[in-house]
Design a protein around this ligand. Structure first.
Ligand SMILES: Nc1nc2c(ncn2[C@@H]2O[C@H](COP(=O)(O)OP(=O)(O)OP(=O)(O)O)[C@@H](O)[C@H]2O)c(=O)[nH]1
Length: 352
């Protein structure tokens, strides 16, 4: 049986950053990775620095669906390739999207007629953003479900918070999930992964049934998930994706012209300062004036993270693409604000 580690956590909470670290550990050398990426930018994949047949990007095109079918297909495919001796792996890590519900994936592992003979739950690792978690837990049920599903929680961004805030958050997390071990990103990869993904660890979980603690005892989980995931529109004719159930809109801003870095930094800071509560996530790859390589930018609610230089442009046209995941703001509002502030006439919104 191959253990599957589920890496989950709310938008921008540091899943990809942690995954990059985890993959440097010798115990993870043989890990296959499934990234359930949202949006066309493909940033997580590009930032991972490891591109081979054991890294599979699942493009759900939907931020809230966990694409159970795609996860199952990808795992079956990995299994077949291994059976034919074309690839080798001894564990799998699945990074979900930041609005994903982890339970359907766990359920796939235990309920799928083929997969359950080859794969087993190797543990759920949930990243929690110490700066934004209180707001997220307050307003987003996905954040609570991800915390509730965790075997281990990794608190990120504790370098940006006061110790009292961290302590209050730990108490909050312990109320949601008293059984989870809470660590911070300061913990070594060894400690974060200790026992994870091993058969022994999987066995300790097996007895717990992998149930959904947030469903009532009479909940028909399969039905519940179906309703949860598909009672919203996937209207591909609009230049953004709108999720009726979640009230979340997502789109990307595509800019052909090179961007002035200082102006952009000021615009993003002002935007997040004003609307941060409604902007769950901004991430993008920018073509900056005078720079050959792209710059990756990240914002999470009011927080703008330090930009990073990427080694190369991902495949595709050399253009800036910025993904927004937000609530209660129209894509065109953001586009108009960008073009007016930046003095750039051409910026289009594209569907995610
Ligand atoms: N200061 C600080 N920044 C962090 C930490 N962990 C992650 N970040 C930053 O947070 C931003 C988002 O991190 P990601 O790893 O992309 O988050 P994610 O959860 O994969 O994001 P999505 O896939 O969009 O949901 C990046 O700019 C990271 O550098 C941390 O512990 N401290």
């Amino acid at each position: 049986m191959t253990p599957v580690i589920l890496l989950t956590g709310f938008l921008g909470s540091g899943k990809t950053t942690l995954l990059q670290r985890l993959l440097t550990d010798p115990s993870m050398k043989g890990a296959a990775v499934l990234i359930n990426e949202f949006g066309e930018v493909g940033l997580d994949h590009a930032l991972l620095d490891r591109i081979d047949d054991t890294v599979v990007v699942l493009k759900s095109g939907c931020i809230c669906c966990t694409v159970r079918g795609e996860v199952a297909d990808a795992l079956s495919n990995l299994h077949s390739l291994r059976a034919r001796g074309e690839i080798a792996f001894d564990r799998v890590v699945i990074e979900t999207t930041g609005l994903a519900d982890p339970y359907p994936v766990l359920q796939t592992l235990t309920a799928h007629p083929v997969l359950r003979s080859h794969f087993t739950n190797g543990g759920v690792l949930t990243t929690v953003d110490a700066v934004n978690a209180v707001l997220q837990v307050e307003h987003r049920s996905e954040a609570v479900r991800q915390i509730a599903a965790a075997d281990r929680i990794v608190l990120t961004k504790t370098d940006l918070t006061e110790p009292e805030m961290e302590q209050a958050l730990r108490r909050r997390l312990a109320r949601i999930n008293p059984g989870a071990l809470i660590l911070t990103t300061e913990a070594s990869v060894d400690v974060i992964l200790e026992g994870f993904g091993s058969t022994a660890f999987a066995n300790t979980l097996a007895g717990e049934g992998g149930g959904d603690p947030l469903c009532g005892p009479t909940c028909d989980h399969a039905e519940h998930q179906h309703t949860h995931h598909h009672d919203h529109s996937h209207n591909r004719h609009h230049a953004h994706h709108y999720d009726d159930a979640l009230g979340v809109t997502s789109f990307s801003l595509v800019i052909e012209q090179e961007i002035d870095w200082t102006m952009f930094g000021t615009w993003l800071t002002l935007l997040l300062h004003k609307h941060g509560e409604r902007i769950f996530r901004v991430k993008g790859i920018l073509a900056i004036e005078g720079e050959d390589s792209p710059i990756a930018i990240h914002g999470v609610q009011h927080l703008v993270h330090a930009p990073t230089h990427m080694a190369n442009w991902p495949k595709g046209p050399r253009q800036s693409r910025i993904v927004f995941i937000l609530e209660g703001l129209a894509p065109d509002q953001i586009r108009r604000s960008f073009t007016a502030f930046m003095g750039i006439s051409e910026a289009r919104t594209a569907a995610e």
